[in-house]
Write a protein that binds this ligand. Structure first.
Ligand SMILES: *Cc1c(COP(=O)(O)O)cnc(C)c1O
Length: 400
């Protein structure tokens, strides 16, 4: 066996932390230790005949960075290994991953079933843009498996969900939905942005495709936009073909940032989870707090499922404060360490009022059904010292 084959064999048996650090980098003749950044839009050929062979596909290799780029490919290989998928396809953003997957796999006349509790913009992609091209979507409550089953028609091609949900931390039973999807001959697509493969492996639970907004925890430090779809090569090659032709490719620079982010993913996710659990337990005991929504708390309705399905409970929690919208705003404005921003998945803790920001455009009825009341606050817990975060929440509480 060649040394390269031996390295591949060693990695084939490796655990997540090793895969996150060692997959995807083939050293160039320069002998670099850290993953190189190929910041180039195109690639040169030895001759006209060589160019023709590359363009014609008789010879493998890079042509243009909208099609392939070695740094982007390294990120794709690393993420595919972490999710346990055959192939990953990187995209310009998380939304581009969702759109590209739908454009590649759905046609006019097809039907999709989507969780009601998805990222707001995902709702817009299904409800407005796919609808424009003749793809209808039925929205169902995330945790109601009978509603999922009832919504599937002979025209349904895919089921789409994210779990845990944002901001209420509802948890869907991925294995049960995967069984339903298989019985009915449809694809199950899971947005794994909140847990990442460090905490949850949807493909191992039977999902067909995993979606990522790499912008969040894969980067982990709030620098770059990116996304990915991961799954079997049959479907991923369709998604790749769409991206190559239509253009929502990942920037090589962003791929390089994400590649380095993945190396510390498991450590960060464990730290986010332990900080969030400690903060959720502390908030639960405070006078000004009505209710804390975090799947890591024993009283959460899907705590047992989350404990079985996830390796940790993640960094995002929501809680309602005693009072109205003005009280929630006073709480947020009184914090001095948290950043008031809707982003999440950052080492910096962020705080936001969902009813007037992330969920500001949805109807009052939909918001009420989702439990997003005017006194609800979402915190994406970062990696600052937990005592400092508690002190910051105490500043908020004293302003109620
Ligand atoms: C942020 C987010 C997206 C969209 O990702 P972008 O990178 O912002 O396009 C999709 N799904 C979830 C769950 C998200 O949090």
């Amino acid at each position: 066996m060649s040394e390269q084959a031996e390295r591949a064999a060693a990695l084939a048996e490796a655990q997540l932390d090793t895969l996150a650090i060692r997959t995807g980098h083939q050293r160039t003749p320069e002998g670099e230790h850290s993953e190189p950044l190929f910041l180039t839009s195109s690639f040169v050929f030895d001759s006209a005949a060589h160019a023709a062979a590359r363009f014609g596909g008789e010879e493998d290799g890079n042509v243009y960075s909208r099609y392939t780029n070695p740094t982007v490919r390294a990120f794709e290989e690393r993420l595919a290994a972490l999710e346990g998928g055959e192939q990953a396809v990187a995209t310009a953003s998380g939304m581009a991953a969702i759109l590209s997957t739908c454009m590649a796999l759905l046609s006019s006349g097809d039907h999709a079933v989507c969780s009601q509790s998805v990222f707001g913009t995902t709702n817009v992609v299904f409800g407005r843009y796919l609808a424009k091209f003749g793809v209808d979507t039925t929205f169902v409550p995330l945790t109601d498996i009978d509603a999922w089953a009832a919504a599937i028609t002979p025209k349904t091609r895919l089921l789409f969900l994210e779990t845990p949900s944002n901001p209420m931390n509802e948890v869907a039973d991925i294995a049960a939905l995967a069984m339903l999807a298989r019985e009915r001959g449809v694809l199950l697509v899971v947005d794994n942005c909140f847990c990442t493969p460090a905490l949850q492996k949807p493909l191992a639970l039977g999902a067909d495709i995993v979606i990522h907004s790499a912008t969040k925890y894969l980067d982990g430090q709030g620098r770059c936009l990116g996304g990915a779809a991961v799954g079997r090569s049959a479907e991923m090659n369709e998604v790749l073909a769409f991206i190559r032709s239509c253009g929502p490719s990942m920037s090589p620079f962003n791929a390089w940032v994400f590649l380095k982010g993945l190396e510390t993913l498991r450590l960060r996710m464990d730290a986010h989870s332990s900080n969030a659990l400690a903060l959720a337990r502390w908030l639960r005991e405070q006078d000004g707090v009505e209710r804390v929504h975090y799947a890591g708390l024993e009283e959460h309705p899907q705590h047992a499922l989350a404990a079985r399905q996830q390796r940790g409970f993640g960094g995002v929690l929501a809680f309602s404060v005693r009072g109205d919208r003005a009280a929630a705003w006073r709480f947020i404005d009184a914090t001095r360490i948290c950043s008031i921003t809707a982003n999440l998945g950052d080492v910096k803790t962020t705080i936001v009022h969902p009813a007037t920001t992330t969920h500001g455009r949805v109807s009052d009825e939909v918001r009420a059904r989702a439990g997003i009341t005017d006194n609800l606050i979402r915190v994406a817990v970062g990696l600052e010292d937990i005592d400092d975060l508690k002190a910051d929440m105490a500043r908020g509480l004293s302003a109620l």
